[in-house]
Design a protein around this ligand. Sequence first.
Ligand code: ZN
Ligand code: ZN
Length: 363
Amino acid sequence: MKTFSEFLQIRAAVLRKRGGPLKIESLQMEGPREDEVLVRVAASGICRTDIEFVDDWDESEAPVVLGHEGAGVVEAVGKKVKKIRAGDHVVLSCQSCGRCGPCRSGRPTACTRFWEANFGFARLDGSNALERSGVRGHFFGQSSFATHALATERNLVKVAADLPLEVLAPLGCGVQTGAGTVMNSLKVTAGSSIAIFGTGSVGLAAVMAARIVGADPVIAVDVKRKRLELALEFGATHNILNRRANIPSRIAKMTGGGVDYVLEITGSPEMYQVAVEILNPHGIVATFAGGSATGALPGGRKEISIIQGDAVPQRFIPELIKLYREGRFPFDRLVKFYDFAAINRAMADSRKGRTVKPVLRMK
Ligand SMILES: [Zn+2]
Ligand SMILES: [Zn+2]
């Protein structure tokens, strides 16, 4: 068993320059501490948040390793780790402190230290396992654009070993967020109307979830025709190609009024306005920008800001895997695989919308 005094040689994609490219480098990483788990990463999805960090990177800060949709096999565990063992297959998700009120009451996405735990590029005690290489890790408690990651029991989900880890990787953030918004945050019920603005991986996972819960109509809106076709295959009842389309009047025609729920995933202020305009009284618009909910809107309408679809990953990801096995949640169809070395091409394809969900294979 390795202890934290030992270092491992890993390879990781390092961000040193705003806008990229990321460079794969050899780094030295501490082995797991008492409460940590060392994971040999098999695959990692690329999510919009990774790309936003590349684009907004502050070059005056120490370089970082991104990646927060890892999946892999546990190589070693610290001695205080109880539920995870070497050899377990795991999906990595978002990190939380485990000690604050919301964490103790089972709401890790409301953790009072959520920002620090996921975006602090350090452990919660301020230390950093990649310190010796002058690089910062621990992004979402993982930094999975690497051959190895250090996680904890709180952000690991044990999964069955018969499913390919490279398919399961995106469950940890994008897919969980899309499905969780519909099923946990909004608790959409059968017969409710829902519109989904933006049909990337989060939006398409939301479409699949909307069909599972029996929402009707399910209206997908995007600028990309191909994605709208996918949305229809995954259970959207209507779609709107958002070029010159007059969205509010078209939605009014489809529903005979407004909609009960809007997922505004595009981040565009214009689309937010459209969302507010078409909401039914008491309707809810879910936004994804990361915590700027304005609260009350006219007529009992509400905005909520979504973090990870309010999922408890250890409970929700197994539910999604069960639905996947039943053929009701075909999120694997969103995925395209890339070699780790092609990480920059995978990001470029994602930016251009050529790939819905790129997944890197680390081998
Ligand atoms: Zn993400
Ligand atoms: Zn907490």
